[in-house]
Write a protein that binds this ligand. Sequence first.
Ligand code: DPP
Ligand code: ZN
Length: 874
Amino acid sequence: GQVIRLSDYRPPAFRIRHVDMRFSLNDGHTDVETVMEMERAPDTDAAEPLVLDGDALTLIALDCNGVAIGAERFEATPDRLTIRDLPPSGPFTLRIATRLTPETNTELMGLYRSNGVWCTQCEAEGFRRITYFLDRPDVLATYRVRIEADREAAPILLSNGNPGEHGDLDGGRHYAVWDDPHPKPSYLFALVAGRLDVLTDTFETQSGRDVDLAIYTEPGLADRAAYAMDALKRSMVWDERRFGREYDLDVFNIVAISDFNMGAMENKGLNVFNHKYVLLAPDTATDGDYAGVETVIAHEYFHNWTGNRITCRDWFQLCLKEGLTVYRDQEFSADERSRTVKRIGSVHGLKAQQFPEDQGPLQHPVRPRQYREINNFYTATVYEKGSELVRMLATILGEAGFRAGMDLYFARHDGDAATIEDFLTCFAEATGTDLSQFALWYDQAGTPELYVTEHFEAGRLTLSLRQSLARGAAGTGIEPMHIPVRFGLVGPDGTDLAAEPTAGTAEVEGDVIHLVTAEAEVVFSELAERPRVSILRDFSAPVTLRHEQAYEDRLVLARLDPNGFGRWRALTDLVGEALRAASMAGAGRPALDPRLIEAVVACAAEERLEPALRALMIALPGEAEIARLVGSNVDPEAIHQAREGAIGAVATAGAETFRRVRDGLERSSGNFSPDAASAGRRALSNALLMYLSAADGTPALAAEAFRAADNMTDRMAAATILAHRFAETPEASEALDRFYADYAHDPLVLDKWFTLRATVPSDATLDTVRDLAAHPKFSMANPNRARALIGGFATGNPRVFHQKDGAGYRWTAERLGELDRLNPQTAARLATAFRSWRSFEPVRQEQARAALSALASRPELSRDLRDILDRTLS
Ligand code: DPP
Ligand code: ZN
C-alpha cells in the first residue's frame, strides 16, 4: 500500500465553506445529495483539477453551479472523483448525488445500520464512504443536514449542531433539519436515525445559557443512561472550572449504539458511543464499567474544545487532540475520585499497553512521520504516551504556567486546524520557556531508561542520573530529552526531609529534578542521616527506571513513603522483580521472600490506606506484565507457575489477616452505590476473596460469594475465581451456567461471559473457544462480541494463547482472517496481540511466525490488517 508522509503535507488547493446535505433513508438504500459551496485556495494554479476522496462510492449525479458536468470533464472511480475546468476564481457550487447501502456496510465506517438504527462513524476517513469530499481535517465547513425517513422506522432523526425545522411528508415519512454553525472537518460529521428511547436533562452554563441534554438508547434502556448523564453534567462543570471552557450549542446529544468499532466518537453536538460506555445498572455493570463510562463520557465531551473547536491540521497531529484530551479526562477522574488510585491505574495501563508497543515492532513516535493506514494509529502511544507528554509539560511549567499556555492555545487557535508546533509555541510564549528540547518527545520513539545511583557520605547525598534511549523499530532519534524527575528524600519517620540541593549539574525546582543532559548530578549536604530516596514520584516521566537501591531501603519505602504512588511503586516493583527472577529460574523456586510476603500482607490491613489503594498494593503483577519484565526468551508456562506459587505463599501467610480485614469491611447492604469509596471496598474485599479461596483450596468461599452477590462487581469477581482457579469443579460449571441463564439476553453482560470462559488458564480452553466461536450467541459482525472472545483469549489468557504447540496462535490467526473480511479495523486492532512475539522462547517464536505468515499469505487481506502483519513480521 501507499505510504503517507508528514513531510508531503500540502495545504488543500480548494476550500469548502458550507455543506448542505439531504439524506433520504430507506430500507435497503440511502440517497445522499451533497451541495458544497467551494472556491480555489488563493495562490493555487487555476488549471489544477479538483480531486475528491471517495471509498466504495457510486456517483449518481454531478453538477456545478446548477449545470451538469459533462463526462469529458470528470472521472469517477469508487475511491476518487477528479473534476477539471472548474472556475479559475471565485465561489462555485458543486452538487454530488450518491447512493449507499448501509445495510451491507459491515466495516462500520461511513453510514451503516446497527440493530436497525442508521448511524455514522467518520473518523478518520469514513465521510468519503458517504460522499466524494475533501476528506481531510484541515478543510472546515459549516453544515446543514436534512434527513428524511419513514416515521415508524425512524421517529428520531439526529445530526450535528442545533435542531431546525421538522415535519411530516407524504407516505408516512417525515423530515428534520439540523444546522451546525461551527465550522468543522468532515470526520466530525454524524447522523443517527431510528427507534430510540431517550433520557433528557438540562445544564446551565457558567454564563447562564441553557443546554438541552439527551442520551438516546435502544428501546427500554434509557434508565441505564442515568450515571452517564450525571457524568456528563459533572464533566461540563469541571471544564468550566478547570479550563474556563463552556459548551457552545443549544443541545448536546449522545447516542448509544451496539455495533461500534471504538469506545466512542466526539462528533460535534452528537456524540456516538459504543453502548458499553453508556449503559449501566448495578446488576449488569462492574465498578470498572462505571469508572470507564465516566472516563469516556468526559473524554468525548472534553473533545468539544480539544479536538473540535481546535482540530488537527493532518492525521500526523492526532496526539494534539487525543493526548491532550486523555490528559484532561485523567485529571477529571483524579479530581472526581482518588488522585493516587487514578494515577496508579493510568501508569499501570501505560506500562501494560504502551511500553510493549514502544519496545516492539509496532513502535512509532507520539507524532508518527508516516503511515499506510491511519486507523492503525489510534494507539496507546498516541493516546496514553501523548497524555504523559502533556502531563510532563504541566510538571515542567507548573500549574499556573500550564494554565497560561492552555489559555493562549484556546484564544489563539479557536477555529483552527493546528499542529504540535502551534501547541508548544503557546506554552513557550506564555511562560518564556524554550521547549525545543522537550519537543523531541513527540518525534523520538522508544522508552528512555533512567539510571539512578546514590552515594551517601558524611551527611552528603549525591544522586547521579543518566538517561539513554535505544533506537528501535521506528528508527527515530536518540538525543537526550528533558526528563522531569519528581523525587522526595524520606526520613526515618516517614516524612519528607526539607532538603535543598547544595551543588550539582542538574537544575532542581521544588521537588522536580530537570534532567536535560545525558548525565547529571544533584548533591544534598548536611543531612543528619541517610534518607531513603523516593524517585520518579507519580511517574513524572514515561521512562523505565533503573534505580540501584538497597533492598532494605525499598522495603522501607514500600511501608512508609508518604507519597502513595511511591509506596505502590516500591512494593510492586519488588514483587515484579522477584516474579521475574523466579520465572527465569524455572520450577521449584519460591518466588517471594518472607519479608516481601509480610509487606504485602501488612498492606491489606493498613487502615490509614484507602481500600482501593490496598487492593492495588496486594495485587500481584499479571502474567503479561511479568512477561514484559522478563523481556526475552519468555516462557509463559514458567511465569504462570511462578505467579501461582506466589499467590499460594501470600494466601497461606495472610489467611488470618485477610479473613479479619474482609469481615471488617463494610459489606454492601443491597443499597448499591457506584461511588469511588464503595467501589474501593468491593475491590479490596474481592482481592481478599481470591487469596482466601487460594488458601482454602476449595471453591466453597467463591461459590458462596457468587450466590450472595447483589451486584455485578461481586458476582463477576466470584465467577472469575471459580472459573479461573477451580475450573471443572461442579461449583464453577454451576456458576457459569447460572450466569448464562440469567444474562443471555443482555449483550453487554454476555460479552463478560464470553471473555470469562476464553480466559480460563487451562488446557481445555482451546476447545472451549472453538465451541464459543460456533455458539449461537457469537457474532463476528459485532465488534464487542468479537473482542470479548478473540481479544479476551489472545490478550487475557497468556498461558493458552501462547501454548507451545502453537494451537492458540493458529486459532486466533484464523479468526482474524474471518473477521478481516467483515471489519478490517477491528481485525487489525486484535492482531496487535501478536506484537511481542519475538520476546518468547524459540519454539513459540517459530509457532507465532508460522501462524502470522499463514495469515499474511492470504491474498485478499485488508490494508488495515496487512499493515499490522507486515510491521509485526518485519
Ligand atoms: N472517538 C475516538 C476518541 O475519542 C477517536 N477520536 O478517542
Ligand atoms: Zn479521543
